[in-house]
Design a protein around this ligand. Sequence first.
Ligand SMILES: C[S@@+](CC[C@H](N)C(=O)[O-])C[C@H]1O[C@@H](n2cnc3c(N)ncnc32)[C@H](O)[C@@H]1O
Length: 237
Amino acid sequence: MANRYLHNVQGLFDTIAPNYDRMNNIISLGTHRHWRKQTMAQIHLASNAHVLDLCCGTGDWTIALAKELQAPGEVIGLDFSAPMLKLAQQKVTQQQVADRVWLRRGNAMHLPFKDNTFDLVTIGFGLRNLPDKAQALTEIYRVLKPGARLVCLETSQPDQPLIKPVWQWYFTKVVPLFGRLFAHQYQEYSYLQETTRHFASYQQLATMFQQAGFQNVHFQRFNFGAAAAHFGTKEAK
Ligand SMILES: C[S@@+](CC[C@H](N)C(=O)[O-])C[C@H]1O[C@@H](n2cnc3c(N)ncnc32)[C@H](O)[C@@H]1O
């Protein structure tokens, strides 16, 4: 089952990779840039920090993090999709951060890193795609240094009675149509909107963080709750 999931979801991301950045702008009506900026503003990094950006995709967040660092500081971007990583590598070179960024192919649920390695782990729009979120959070907790933080930016669900039905209509009807219209990928964007609709609420995600052991768990919601950034800290020894 786990292998079938990996094959299918990985195949989906391999397929959408060439259109990924453009479709992100279209589907979120450009607002994902604001969410990313607001989340970055709450990350305070020492310039020599060791950072892991999980499910790094085409690398925008990886690069934004790298720009805060100087050697020996570094960011490892991990993703299981080779086409996503190829696009990320091109941007890393173009934006001249190749001395601080290492891109690695791997599975976010089985991290190939030792315990207590990173000063920060980020995961942007990745967690909802993982079949076992609890396992992924436990893995992230393991590789963080004591006292270090996880920052997760993800789509979420508005809960205001007036906004919620509009949001549901937009995701179930409009997003797959945009997929067909702008990328000829109706099935793929149907799947992606389903993962968004069925993903945990912002309160449930905060509880999942706590269950994985994170402390000082808090969140910031964007656009009436259409997205949320969650923060949690590994217990300091
Ligand atoms: C929606 S994209 C997000 C990309 C990027 N973080 C961003 O903020 O735009 C999700 C990414 O997660 C990756 N992904 C999904 N499941 C994964 C897994 N089990 N292990 C590693 N990467 C995974 C996909 O290949 C894809 O690049």
